[in-house]
Design a protein around this ligand. Structure first.
Ligand code: BG6
Length: 513
């Protein structure tokens, strides 16, 4: 296939970026892994871009005993590990806004300390009570922290206006199945209103995922063909070459269906297939997403049914390097039946998508990292070139490349110069970094910023989370109760026969990862 690099001219650039209002940002789990890997560097990047209010401050809360000084050193290290070449003096103005409180998450006096500290810092930074509580802790701690925030009146759901209502940010996984997600929602709602809750799915903060809406709804040419009349099928792939790294014991209780499919995969599917929202407004967008998720046809309920397949990686080779199988990863049970790969075929029962198959797959330790949404259009209904032997022309394929090669590509047929009839498939590519000349910002920057300005568009709502669990819980129950064993695949593989059958039996094939 020939490649054409597209030339994109930025004729009209419309940008709107809002600076955050003054606020106090409280991170529970401030000495933990997520804060270290993602939050601090993203908050610093926002500060460095001038997007945080001068009246911003951060209070880290955790079990570890740290002074403000040692906490600041830890944060400085974390930022420098994540952002190259940041000199310490550039970090200074940010670092001096950081404070720390330690205590036991289940102890009421910890929250009284936090309350007193916040009052002191509010007065120092002239913040009028506006604050965010970020739960960067393991999920089993969510309810006790939320209950304590409620009983210490730190959650203030009855504050006079939304700016003064504290916001609660909850990381994924949000629940473990429908029942636990519903219970968690109910518990949180005893202390916080839905308008205060920001459930994170970091895929929604990725530029390329946000672009799905712009691409579909800020152009006229795609929407008329974005339906069952023109689209043959859609494939969504989230492939990772990484294994479970240091998260073996968490992952072994979770698996790919809960870790990637219930959230990132279904969110991308919803954005790619939902109806046009009335406006770019949190409620309208979230309404359409949920409507779409509700239209997904429930899976058949036999274990390892033909329409949902699970796999688990064995030992293999990735990038020329030998890697161990999943069961030999630290923290993983030696006879684990946890899936590290899921492939599914599903249908959306509405007018737009009637009978269009969606093939979704996600897995760890696959040949390479690649996330994409590939829309394969129907073939031409009749070939006028049949007499020249060109009967079966490849369909047009539009690929939204989410990562790591962020871009969009469209394949089409074109005449090759020379003989009268000679055709080949060309690929027209647009690549984000080369067109916009910037590195793609970390997804957390967008999400943190939106949360501070009170925009819930990119956060999942209660009904969204429950709808996705409702779809997947029957599958999880069957896998668990019937002791279903995942199919083995070697690390570094593109696919494996059972996953191939899912699509090959329909006369189609997976795209190359
Ligand atoms: C997380 C999952 O939500 O997403 C991880 O828990 C996964 O298992 C990660 O590796 C992938 O994120 P990204 O942004 O690297 O695609």
């Amino acid at each position: 296939m020939r490649e054409i690099q597209s030339v994109v001219s930025e004729q009209e650039t419309i940008c709107a970026e809002v600076k955050t209002p003054p606020n106090g940002f409280v991170v529970f789990g401030a000495s933990g892994d997520l804060a270290r890997r993602k939050l601090f560097a993203s908050l610093f990047a926002l500060f460095d871009r001038g997007l945080l209010s001068e009246q911003f401050y951060l209070l880290g809360a955790g079990r570890k005993k740290l002074s403000d000084v040692t906490f600041r050193q830890t944060v400085q290290q974390a930022v420098q590990e994540n952002i190259n070449d940041i000199p310490a003096n550039q970090l200074k103005p940010f670092i001096k806004k950081l404070y720390y409180a330690n205590g036991d998450y289940s102890d009421a006096s910890f929250y009284q300390n936090i309350k007193a500290k916040l009052a002191e810092l509010d007065s120092k930074y002239k913040v009028d009570g506006s604050r965010i509580f970020y739960l960067a802790v393991p999920p089993f701690l969510y309810t006790s922290i939320v209950e304590q925030l409620g009983s210490s009146r730190l959650s203030c759901p009855d504050a006079p206006d939304s700016q003064h209502q504290p916001r609660l940010v909850v990381e994924k996984p949000f629940g473990f199945d429908l029942q636990s997600a519903t219970e968690l929602n109910n518990k949180i709602h005893q202390c916080f209103n839905e308008s205060q809750i920001y459930r994170i799915d970091h895929y929604l903060g990725k530029e390329t995922v946000q672009n799905i809406l712009m691409f579909r709804f800020a152009n006229t040419i795609f929407e008329p063909i974005w339906n069952q009349n023109y689209i043959d099928h859609i494939q969504i792939t989230i492939a990772e070459s990484m294994g479970v790294e240091h998260r073996g014991s968490y992952y072994d209780k979770t698996g790919a269906l809960r870790d990637m499919f219930q959230n990132h995969m279904l969110q991308m599917l919803a954005l790619a297939t939902m109806e046009l929202p009335t406006s770019f407004n949190a409620q309208h967008i979230r309404d359409e997403k949920v409507k779409l998720l509700r239209s997904i046809r429930p899976f058949g309920i036999q274990p390892q049914t033909a329409d949902i397949i699970m796999g688990q990686y064995g030992p293999g080779v990735i990038d020329g390097r030998e890697v161990v199988g999943y069961r030999n990863e630290p923290g993983v049970e030696p006879d684990s039946k946890t899936e590290t790969f899921v492939a599914a075929k599903l249908f959306i029962d509405n007018w737009r998508w009637k009978d269009v198959p969606f093939y979704l797959r996600t897995g760890k330790r696959l040949a390479r990292k690649n996330t994409e949404i590939a829309i394969t259009f129907k073939k031409v209904p009749h070939s006028m070139f049949a007499s020249s032997g060109l009967n079966d022309m490849p369909p047009n394929v539009l690929v939204l490349q989410i990562q790591p090669q962020e871009g969009i590509s469209l394949s089409f047929q074109a005449k090759r110069p020379g003989s009268k009839i000679c055709m080949s498939t060309l690929n027209m590519n647009f690549n984000y970094p080369s067109v916009f000349g910037v590195e793609m910002p970390e997804a957390y920057q967008r999400l943190l910023l939106d949360c501070m300005v009170g925009d819930q568009t990119l956060f999942t709502r209660q009904d969204d989370v429950q709808t996705t669990w409702q779809l997947l819980t029957p599958i999880l129950q069957i896998w668990e109760h019937d002791d279903t064993v995942p199919h083995a695949y070697p690390a570094g593989a593109e696919s494996f026969p059972e996953a191939d059958n899912l699509i090959v039996s329909d006369g189609r094939k997976w795209r190359k990862i």
